[in-house]
Design a binder for this molecule. Sequence first.
Ligand code: SPV
Ligand code: MN
Length: 629
Amino acid sequence: MPHSHEQSLKERLGEDNFKKIQGIGNPSLNEFLVKFIEILNPEKVFVCTDESADIQYIREKALRDGEEQELAIPGQTVHYDNYFDQARDKKNTAILLPKGKRLDRVITTLDRETGLNDIFQILPNIMKGKELLIRFFCLGPTNSHFSIPAVQLTDSAYVAHSEDLLYRKGYQEFIRQGSGARFFKFIHSQGELDERKSCKNLDQRRVYIDLEEDTVYCTNTQYGGNTIGLKKLAMRLAINRGSQEGWLTEHMLVMGIRGPQNRLTYFTGAFPSLCGKTSTAMLEGENIVGDDIAYLRKVKDEVRAVNVERGIFGIIMGINSKDDPIQWNALHSPNELIYSNILVTPDKQAFWMGKDGEIPSKGYNHSGEWYPGKTDSTGKEIPPSHPNGRFTISLEAMRNLDPAVNDPHGVKIGGIVYGGRDADTSIPVEEAFNWSHGIIIKGAALESETTAATLGKAGVREFNPMSNLDFLSIPVGKYVLNNLDFGRNLPAAPKIFSVNYFLLDHHGKFLNEKNDKKIWYKWMELRVNREVDAIQTPTGRIPLYEDLKPLFKSILNKTFTEQNYLQMFTIRVQENLSKIERISEIYRNLLDVPSDVFHELDAQRTRLQSALKRFGKYISPFTLRGNRI
Ligand code: SPV
Ligand code: MN
């Protein structure tokens, strides 16, 4: 390395840490480190390699600094974010846009120069008196054409510890990829903390994504979705990179569904946050590969997918022994895990909303000392745990982990599923007519109600193409085109489906129980393998009653009546037509929208309009029985 860099790094890092960086031998990494160590100006620097002693140092630091506290079960800790910093902050998260480039208005952007000026006002000396942690990870399996090395700079041992549970080690991967490696860079500082280890300067909360430099800056925030660089921040960089290189980054689970004779068919599934993605990936008896982010590549006419991560940052609310046996078991065994924003009782037991058992009469949570009926400064009652409270744990703790989770070639995908939180329009499961219908009508036209995973009001129906809108760093139209192109010429593209776990009846009651979803996946597995017929409707292909009934009986031991089927699978024509109007209007105002989008939307409208004339506003699935294919 140039003499000046070497001198500077040696001085700042000390001999041991310097050797670790030298061992990687990547000049652009050195340049990056020299620049930012100077700006952040920490008192100390610690470089973490893949060695267990280094990782242990980070774990212990999180406890020493008070960012985590130990719980009664060995290996478990709890962490708290600032009371007003409990979810992704969409308002202060922006893609930095170079002059002359454009992105849609539905994506938050900031002129690049303005954003850099702003962040470079906040960064200088932000780590004064603190220790900077430098960690190396690999997005996707190591030793793979999917692998993307990434370096994280942070002053939060909680962030560095979480990443250890969530991502594959990357120090060796940096070495493997050599001096030309294209890597992602993340700079995080939680800024000044108060006595509760809570961020003091939320007014300076920023998450800025610089695509030009593959760098994300993030300050004065603690919530994992804002701070864990390799999670949603890397996703924006990867969407941009995949768009240039012809592969996809999706907000998707990856899982294997078991069919007859133990056959395993792999699916990906895109769902917005807090809409059942993790609970789907955790279905008992099926195999989990990943629960949140996937990279998809075409290899020899197959679609192959990997889990970008190796752990889960799961929603804790609602997890109970009956509905979630796999997660429940992992939470009650001595596994290394970090809870966030839950209630801890005086005897160090973890409690959250929806857990088995009584609500404790006192404890400590994200609001400080807690008791039932406590209200916050706005007069709102504080629940025992935050609805976006989480637990971070390695997938190794899950007994349903698929053996192919680290396969450098990924798994072959047979089906792709899109689902949202939709009270009144989409039926519980439906197959698309073909790739283009699936990508556009099931994926690109997805709508979902907002949830506690982002700051702001919950329950508002929003456009959320492929459940990925929050993470897009390219125009929506271009993103849809990339998806269309991806499967267009494949001789056997994966089948595409929609699911809806949140459909209500006319009295506002959920039509499905939490585990009914298992049946939809079993049916999709049979469809992918061409073992059952379907009924053609104006919106897609739906299951036959005769196929669902025995699945409900044999798998859930439930009697699935004709009345159940009728209620769940009635095509809601008027609601579907209204949706087409809403979505068409949105796409008319977006950039670079491929004409296929309008063709598919128009064709769906035409089918629905003629069905409206023929059958009326609601079409019973029994009426369409003759359209069997
Ligand atoms: C999500 O909100 O989609 C999550 C958690 O998976 S976060 O890291 O906040 O994005
Ligand atoms: Mn997610």
